[in-house]
Design a protein around this ligand. Structure first.
Ligand SMILES: [Zn+2]
Length: 481
């Protein structure tokens, strides 16, 4: 691949890249099923008259041309300033917005149903992610990492449609007061090291720890993971954010609602039962919050916001029509009941108390974290009415509700995720030289964040998937397979 010098690019006033024959390397030949979802499959594609929100955090640009050659973006610039290669398939996208492929940072392949059962979803989830514009995911905890490694291999060979997958190993915990079926209890530090080594050898890139883990076991997990080039993220509680940062964690999931830094009754290595009360009472101007952010920023520890947080809060919207359409009918009924109960003044069997107060704070907490210099990514954590893909899209509306601009929100969902996964050389932004993972949205995203829901064509490695066809294939399948 040959790149023009920066000076020449500047002289041309556009970003252009020449692709050598070698760079246009063979993509794996897609299976008949994958081909059946494609609406754009051409060696050179030009998106013209399209608005671009490029994922860098830079301002949105109107009426751009984006050229894709094989699997790469080879030109981006104002309409009229970019030559459209002869023979290109030209898509006139006036009235549309293009963003980078979404990088889902908490995107499991299993579904937590409104009845709190778990359904491994290697059929519906990859299709839902891709249909919604999510072209890269980190699984961020798994009940079945072996099956997910097999799914990843199938996607990479072009046999099944789906996003690029970064595998996370099984949920790791310590023995303790709560029994977590589906997670692995590490009985000592030697076990912690053995398990991490095993998953490193099998292809996991991340390790996920859960709410019940002791500091010595956690420290062994982190040390062994880092030795093997893996990184560690956690849904924390027994260890607070600042403790985890001190012990070397790389990323923290869910944000505010899982931080036990602010509970005066916190005992070492125990998840404090009154943490929700402490969070509900906390003022966001409290100096301890600034201290948490300083510690995270100093060590480069990223945070992931998850759309599922909204699902735990009363007074929020229930499932929309397309969500119910993707769900098996009984899942939709369960969810409608779950939401109705959650909205009662005193819900039955409440697991996440005080979320009416905590949830709006969590949105502002994320905004403050970024203002303090923190790296924020977004994921869905598919559960209840937060489905794969649709939930990733919803993250943008929630980020905007929390005070981010559309441009900043898109950056959180795309460029930041790519940085967290260390794939930002190739992915995460609409820039020349990057892999052509792009989402074409119908409408003006800069004017209306809900346009994020209107994915029309999702490019992954330069191949354009028809969102509608992928969605048709999963109708009624969420909660089944
Ligand atoms: Zn999760």
């Amino acid at each position: 691949m040959i790149r023009f010098s920066a000076q020449l690019r500047a002289a041309l006033g556009v970003q252009v890249l020449l692709v050598s024959a070698a760079a246009a390397q063979a993509r794996p030949s897609p299976s008949a099923e994958v081909r059946s979802y494609l609406s754009v499959d051409a060696p050179v594609v030009a998106l013209v008259n399209v608005d671009v929100v490029d994922g860098t955090g830079g301002p949105g640009k109107r009426r751009q041309t984006v050229v894709i050659s094989a699997d790469r973006i080879t030109a981006v610039g104002a309409a009229g300033s970019v030559a459209i290669p002869a023979g290109a398939r030209v898509l006139d996208l006036a009235g549309h917005t293009v963003i980078p492929g979404i990088v889902g940072m908490h995107d499991h392949m299993f579904y937590t149903t409104p009845a709190f059962t778990s359904v491994q979803s290697n059929y519906s989830f990859p299709r839902l992610y891709l249909a919604s514009g999510v072209t890269t995911v980190r699984t961020t905890g798994s009940n079945a990492p072996y099956t997910e490694l097999t799914l990843k291999a199938g996607i990479e060979r072009g046999e099944v449609p789906g996003p690029r997958i970064h595998i996370t190993g099984p949920y790791l915990i310590s023995p303790g007061p709560t029994r977590y079926e589906g997670m692995y209890e590490l009985k000592d530090e030697a076990a912690a090291r053995r398990v991490v080594r095993h998953w490193a050898e099998e292809g996991a890139e991340w390790i996920k720890v859960y709410t019940q883990i002791t500091r010595p076991i956690f420290a062994a997990v982190v040390d062994e993971a880092h030795k093997h080039g893996l990184r560690v993220t956690g849904h924390l509680c027994s260890i607070s954010f600042t403790e985890a940062v001190e012990l070397g964690i790389d990323n923290i999931e869910h944000g505010f609602r899982t931080n036990s830094d602010y509970d005066p009754a916190k005992a070492p290595d125990r998840c404090p039962p009154g943490n929700f009360e402490a969070l509900a009472a906390l003022d966001l101007g409290d100096s301890r919050i600034a201290a948490t952010f300083r510690a995270m920023v100093a060590k480069g520890v990223a945070m992931t916001t998850t759309t599922v947080n909204e699902q735990l809060a009363p007074g929020r919207p229930g499932p929309d029509a397309r969500t119910l359409d993707a769900m098996a009918p009984w899942i939709g009924e369960q969810e409608t009941k779950r939401r109705a109960n959650l909205d009662l003044p005193k819900p039955i069997g409440e697991i996440y108390p005080r979320m009416r107060e905590i949830y709006p704070k969590s949105l502002r907490y994320e905004r403050e974290f970024v203002k303090a210099g923190g790296l924020l990514g977004a994921g869905v954590d598919p559960a209840f009415a937060a489905l794969p893909g649709f939930g990733n899209q919803r993250a943008l509306e929630l980020l905007v509700e929390g005070g981010f601009s559309v441009v900043e929100g898109v950056q959180v969902m795309t460029g930041n995720g790519a940085r967290m996964l260390r794939v930002d050389r190739d992915l995460g932004t609409v820039e020349v030289g990057k892999i052509a993972d792009l989402v074409v949205l119908r409408g003006d995203l800069l004017a209306d964040p809900s346009v994020i829901r209107n994915a029309v064509t999702v490019f992954k490695g330069g191949l354009g998937f028809d969102s509608g066809k992928l969605l048709a294939a999963v109708k009624g399948q969420v909660g089944v397979r």
